[in-house]
Design a protein around this ligand. Sequence first.
Ligand code: EPZ
Length: 430
Amino acid sequence: MDRIAINGGARLDGSIPISGAKNSAIKLMAASLLTDEPLRLTNMPRLADTMFLGKLLQRLGASVVESDGPDGPQTVLHTPEVLGAIAPYNLVRQMRASFNVLGPLLARTGQAKVSLPGGCTIGARPVDLHLKALESLGARIELHEGYVYAQAPRGLVGAEIEFPFVSVGATEHALLAAVLAEGTTVLKNAACEPEIGDLALCLIAMGAKIEGLDTPTLTITGVRRLTGASHAVIPDRIETGAYACAAAMAGGDVRLVNTQVPFVQSLLDKMTEAGVQVDADAKAGEIRIRRGPERLKAVDLVTDPYPGFPTDLQAPFMALMTTAVGESHVRETIFENRFMHAPELTRLGADIAVSGGEARVRGVEQLNGAEVMATDLRASFSLVIAGLAARGETTVNRIYHIDRGFERLEQKLGDCGADIRRLKGDGEEP
Ligand code: EPZ
């Protein structure tokens, strides 16, 4: 298994190009199943997760062609006919978001058999809201031996669906199914994450009728068929935020380019409060992060649905707080078990105590390099951030988690002066 080794202490100077958003790209790829015409996605990130989903889509009858187009990395997905409408456990298990093919398969073919995704390290992550939404749209759902069997032989029918709490995946799933349902669907208490707006825009380009974008109430008027389209994936706000934390932790002067400033406003506010110099140019889509030798100030944090502070940046921000002056309280409200990075950060000398959904971080003057283990995607990045500032060498094991969601991480940080390298397999350098 590959590992990443970082020799801490180098300042970061330079610019980091932000890739297309993973969590948008994979839902957009699933949307391609809704039409028999080609969907061209540009600004596509090349990640393990997009590769997994590509494999699943190919199995379902899609051709998935990646290339470097005139607008950068692109993927053209084309499913003239759906073969089988079955998403097996071994493919869904590798990536939970594969479960989101259920709605499009059902909407297009009237039936689907998709493996339940199971829990993961950050929590139980049930899919009850996804299934209830599909049932509200008229699907008959049965669960057998770990699989969801869904049927709607006469097609889906529009309905009013009020989510009891905000769910990104369930909102996206209901949207993906409702676009081809007969009549009008109203989604209330819908998630407002930018990835949902991006999915809605792509579906509109494919011929869907959706109103209320970026609000908690989405109104969808079903259409008979969708067509092909070309759509650019939005910049990855979590990658943007993670590199902002990395730059603030290492110190230096870094420009994050090709991003969207409003997507990370909650993080930028917290960073400014902590003493990081943040200069954002919304028009140019650039954020400049500067920090001198002085220590940051501890600030408290509560994760919330968008536009609140994203749970996916909780671990990176906690890493930043490990060397701040004072005590910071970090409360996680989205997932029940999202502090797996805390004991690993402690191995680097951080002073963190977790109790229930809250972590207390007491800033220390200096972290020290050690061997640590990546536990999930965003947690892994927090270990890289800590390693950038730690004295000596930090080795992060199990970085396949990082490869799921961060494109060319060593190159992006290395180009700014970080002493970072990938160790192949058993730890030997490539
Ligand atoms: C998406 O997960 C993201 N994943 C997550 O990013 C992100 O952390 C999360 O949204 C919150 O922003 C993708 O987009 C692929 P939810 P999702 O449904 O859709 C509970 C990453 O690292 N819930 O908004 O699964 C759930 O357990 C990942 O890129 C139910 O109880 O998140 C959680 O506690 C990690 N029943 C809460 O709702 C359901 O049917 C919010 O989850 C659905 C969700």
